[in-house]
Design a protein around this ligand. Structure first.
Ligand code: BES
Ligand code: MN
Ligand code: MN
Length: 482
């Protein structure tokens, strides 16, 4: 911990170097930047004494963004769990650029507005480079401490506190992790040797209030196109004579929710694990202020709407939802144009909870649309990936170690929370390899994840690094003797 304090400036400046690489995974023009960001992280891991490989993904090999896979072998005495640390080096597109107060890939340190401390502003600051960096700096702290002690000859002793760690840094998390499934399959033997996954890519309920996230939602993301006439038409001559794909599409999609804002697709809720009374009571005690959260996004208290019968927190953490994320068609330029477009397009996604299956939900949605095909029209369906939800045991030894580590780092016990966001790898590791994940994240509600002016508070970065130092120590203690 002392090393972290003494070398904080260097840690922050390393993070800023990484943030300067625009590793936007969804935009083909940034392919080279993704490779650079991967190579950069690989170099940092090597500096900490890990054995590192940068592996191509995709079919053909190299069409996807590379995965950084590294290993700290663990000391000969280590008997504790083999931990897989996962993070992602890719970031969301920075657009719209005009809303950034400083360029997205030129990180700056600013005073935290209205609060004490400073923050780092850049795309990827909190999601996820800053959080991965907190872990990398913890590895560095351990390797520095070990190398300043006389070597005792035990292999791997100095690296990662002697804990057996595999590090997997992905470059496609923000674009749906499309090549990850095959990667995990191909390296199943190696990854299967791990006992538990640790991910730092989630948030906390407030400043200095550490949290462990024990569940994230799943996702399936689709695009649907409704095709009508084979050409755009004059709406005076054809309006009322043939289907207008935009009219028809919005009419069909509007039927996705009933009066209670429940999704109407038959069977949609069949596999949803019900909330237990204990869970509801526990969450109530966390003291989440729904009206205050709404106020911060410019909405009045009456905007607290969603599936009937559940609180905002329950809806985010434990209930599935459907959202139209984009809808386009027809004339969208300046002024008026009287036209009936030949087709209309919508991006529709579903957030899922345990034990829903993304493929099953996608199939049910497409079947539901087919049954409602407007006369004379035709659907085109496109799938953009997603992932399984992940809910993990709250009493596993590793999760307990993380609780102790957070308590040591923050001076108070962590909240046990869930999140409505998705991290596809967690469900994948559970499905394919039976691995549970401990989500130990350090983001705040107002970090503007995926938005212009994304930031990470240095206070949170610090807490993250300290917590990872403590976690490695807790794991090492678990693995002593035996
Ligand atoms: N780190 C986020 C998810 C997240 C954010 C979880 C805050 C909990 C708290 C992750 O990078 C993300 O954005 N995931 C996408 C997944 C998608 C692109 C497959 C999401 O949730 O939309
Ligand atoms: Mn993330
Ligand atoms: Mn993200």
């Amino acid at each position: 911990m002392a090393w972290l304090v003494a070398h904080e400036q260097e840690s922050v400046s390393r993070l800023m170097d990484w943030l300067r690489i625009p590793s936007v995974s969804t935009q083909p023009k940034h392919k080279g930047d993704c490779e650079r960001a991967a190579a950069w992280a690989a170099d940092r891991l090597r500096e900490c004494g890990l054995r590192v490989e940068v592996l191509p993904t995709g079919e053909p090999a190299g069409s996807g963004h590379p995965v950084v896979l590294a290993k700290a072998p663990g000391a000969s005495w280590y008997r504790g769990p083999h931990v897989l640390f996962y993070g992602h080096y890719d970031v969301q597109p920075p657009e719209p650029l005009e809303l950034w107060e400083s360029p997205p890939f030129e990180p700056v340190i600013r005073p935290a507005s209205g609060e004490v401390g400073e923050r780092i502003v850049a795309r990827g600051a909190v999601d996820d480079k800053g959080q991965v960096m907190a872990f990398l700096e913890a590895l560095r702290a351990w390797s520095e401490i070990a190398s300043s002690k006389p070597a005792n000859g035990t292999s791997g002793e100095g690296v990662a506190a002697g804990v057996r760690v595999t590090v997997l840094l992905e470059g496609e998390e923000e674009s749906g992790s499309v090549n990850l499934e095959r990667f995990v399959e191909r390296h199943a033997e190696r990854l299967g040797k791990c006992d538990v996954c640790v991910i730092s890519d989630t948030g906390m309920l407030g400043r200095g209030r550490p949290a462990i996230t024990y569940g994230v939602r799943g996702l399936t993301y689709t695009e649907v196109v409704l095709h009508g006439p084979n050409q755009d038409l004059h709406s005076g001559l054809w309006g009322g004579r043939c289907p207008n794909p935009i009219n028809e599409l919005v009419k069909v999609l509007a039927g996705l929710w009933d009066e209670d804002r429940r999704v109407t697709i038959p069977g949609f809720y069949d596999d949803v694990r019900p909330l237990t009374p204990e869970e509801r009571e526990g969450w109530r005690r966390l003291g989440f202020d729904a009206a205050d959260a709404l106020r911060k996004i410019g909405l009045p208290p009456e905007a607290d709407v969603g599936e009937a019968g559940f609180t905002a927190m329950e809806r985010e953490w434990a209930r599935p939802t459907c959202d139209i994320n984009g809808i386009v068609g027809g004339y969208t330029g300046e002024g008026a144009k009287t036209v009936i477009a030949s087709h209309a397009r919508a991006k529709v996604s579903f957030r899922l909870v345990a034990d829903q299956d993304p493929a099953k939900i996608t199939a049910a949605f497409f079947a539901w649309l087919r049954e409602r095909t407007p006369p004379g029209c035709r659907w085109e369906f496109i799938e953009h990936g997603g992932g399984f939800p992940a809910t993990v045991q709250t009493d596993s030894p590793t999760l307990r170690a993380a609780r102790r580590a957070l308590e040591r780092a923050a001076g108070r016990a962590p909240d046990l929370i869930k999140s409505g966001g998705s991290i596809p790898v967690a469900g994948l590791l559970k499905q394919r390899l039976g691995l549970d994940t401990v989500f130990m994240g350090f983001g705040l509600d107002d970090d503007r994840v995926h938005s212009p002016n994304e930031k990470f508070e240095l206070e949170c970065f610090r807490l993250g690094a300290r917590a990872h130092v403590a976690l490695l120590d807790e794991l090492a203690r678990m693995g002593e003797g035996g």
